[in-house]
Design a protein around this ligand. Structure first.
Ligand code: APR
Length: 320
């Protein structure tokens, strides 16, 4: 059986880490693409030279030509620029929208049957635009945010309670950003909801609130520490979990930015919800019942995503 082909569009911090993880897990052969000539080639060569040491057989090719992604099974997109000081939200949207247009065209031409995972920020708007620009079915274009946000939530809870992260599961809904909705009721330690753990006295309500806020600010906390970049290890690991669920038809239920066409009362919008990911891509959107406060927080998050999408439509009227 031929090996799977994984194309990584963007060979920056996350792109390089993705390539390393794909190789270490032998998920397939890697094509690492970037517009900056030399960077994908250099990273690919360096990573290839770790193969003899780590004992993986994946090939890693660096390229600046879209034709090299031909026939890719999975495409993970990190291409774009981060927000720099002095840059408005709309400046960033305009630049990254153009990037999504180029990437979408490249995928449409060379990898129309791929499962596409978008990571570029602002995530919910960029994945929406990428799906439109590529013309791929919405079930095969998905955004990575929820796995990362819930991993941050899980880490903070496990760290606070001094228990294994393996026994902590967490759910986060909504857009990737300040308005995300970490759901304490659906987040558990060994099956016990966090709300019950508070009642049991394992953790104070205030501490739980603090952890929820820290989860919302998780990306900014790392930017503040790194100063010259944003998180890349956990974002890459999160996208790999999604790719693996697709490639191995695991049907994991993962929070991800998925296309809603009426689910949760939302239409033509990508936003974070629980999704079954299997060989057919985003196979099923799981609609969980929300209480009043959760619904309100989710609606606020959806409204903020709509604000971004409207700004995209103004910049690129053909998306409207
Ligand atoms: N086509 C392909 N690659 C591009 C393009 C383009 N049109 N424009 C920029 N790039 C490349 C850059 O050359 C760079 O190597 O995208 C890469 C982005 O890498 P980094 O700046 O290191 O960013 P990274 O930390 O990997 O994050 C990527 O994910 O979490 C989000 O906000 C983050 O949008 C950002 C993305």
């Amino acid at each position: 059986m031929a090996r799977k082909k994984i194309a990584l569009i963007g060979a920056g911090q996350i792109g390089g880490t993705l390539a390393h993880l794909v190789a270490l897990k032998e998920l397939g052969d890697v094509v690492l693409f970037d517009i900056v000539d030399g960077v994908p080639q250099g990273k690919a060569l360096d990573l290839s030279q770790s193969g003899p040491v780590d004992g993986f057989n994946s090939t890693i090719k660096g390229t600046s030509e879209y034709k090299d992604i031909e026939g890719a099974d999975v495409v993970i997109v990190t291409a774009g620029v981060p927000r720099k000081p002095g840059m408005s939200r709309d400046d960033l949207l305009e630049i990254n929208l153009k990037v999504m247009e180029q990437v979408g065209a490249g995928i449409a031409k060379y990898a129309p049957n791929a499962f596409v995972i978008c990571i570029t920020n602002p995530l919910d708007a960029m994945v929406w635009a990428l799906q439109k620009f590529s013309g791929l079915p919405a079930s095969r274009v998905i955004g990575m945010a929820g796995v990362l946000d819930s991993a941050r939530f899980r880490h903070f809870i496990a760290d606070e309670l001094k228990v294994s992260v393996e026994d902590v599961s967490a759910f986060v809904l909504g857009g990737h950003g300040d308005t995300m909705v970490p759901l304490a009721r659906y987040s558990t330690v060994a099956g016990i909801p966090l709300t019950d753990l508070v009642k049991m006295g394992w953790m104070s309500k205030e501490k739980l609130e603090q952890i929820i806020q820290r989860t919302r600010d998780g990306g900014a906390e790392i930017v503040g520490l790194l100063k010259t970049g944003s998180a890349f290890y956990a974002p890459a690991a999160s996208a790999i979990a999604m790719a693996e669920s697709y490639l191995k038809d695991k049907k994991r239920v993962l929070p991800a930015a998925a296309y809603l066409s009426g689910e949760y009362g939302v239409k033509d919008t990508y936003v974070g919800v629980p999704v079954v990911i299997g060989a057919n891509g985003a196979e099923k959107i799981v609609e969980i019942a929300l209480n009043g406060a959760e619904q309100k927080a989710f609606d606020k998050s959806v409204a903020s995503v709509h604000g971004l999408v409207e700004a995209c439509k103004k910049i690129a009227p053909k998306l409207a």
